[in-house]
Design a protein around this ligand. Structure first.
Ligand code: DGP
Length: 120
C-alpha cells in the first residue's frame, strides 16, 4: 500500500467521508462532503472537504484534476449564502502557523454572526 493510501486510511476526515465516524451532514456530492464542525465558532460552522485526500490546500491544488478546486469553493459559497444572506466567511488553515490541526484539506464556512477582522 502506498504512503498516500496509508494516510487516507487513517485520516479522520477520510473516515468521516466514508461514514466510519459519525458526522452531521450538510451536503454531499461525488467530489466533496460538507458537515458541521465539532467545535463551532459561529452559529453556522460547516467544514467542506474534498473526497480525494490531500493534506492541505497546496497539495490539493498541486494534484487537482478538472475543476476540483472550483467545485469545493462553489459548494462552500452555496452553503454560506444559504446560511446567511448577510454574509459569511470561508477560511482555510494550512501548516503550523496557519493553525491547521487536521491534515486533510477543509474549508471552514462561518456564518450567522458579524465576524471580526483581523482573525487571531
Ligand atoms: P483546523 O484548525 O483548520 O485544522 O480545523 C479543524 C477543525 O476540525 C476544528 O474546527 C474542529 C474540527 N474537527 C476536528 N475533529 C472533528 C471531528 O471528528 N468531527 C467534526 N465534525 N469536526 C472535527
Amino acid at each position: 500500500m502506498s504512503d498516500a493510501r496509508d494516510e487516507a486510511a487513517e485520516c479522520i476526515f477520510c473516515r468521516i467521508v466514508r461514514g466510519e465516524i459519525p458526522s452531521q451532514e450538510v451536503a454531499r456530492t461525488a467530489e466533496a462532503y460538507a458537515f458541521r464542525d465539532l467545535n463551532p465558532q459561529a452559529p453556522t460552522h460547516v467544514l467542506v472537504v474534498p473526497v480525494r485526500h490531500a493534506a492541505n490546500l497546496g497539495d490539493f491544488v498541486a494534484a487537482a484534476e478538472r475543476d476540483e478546486v472550483g467545485h469545493v469553493l462553489a459548494l462552500a459559497s452555496q452553503i454560506g449564502r444559504e446560511a446567511s444572506p448577510g454574509g459569511y466567511r470561508v477560511v482555510i488553515n494550512e501548516g503550523v502557523d496557519g493553525g491547521q490541526t487536521v491534515h486533510h484539506l477543509h474549508l471552514h464556512v462561518l456564518a450567522g454572526r458579524a465576524l471580526t477582522w483581523p482573525p487571531g
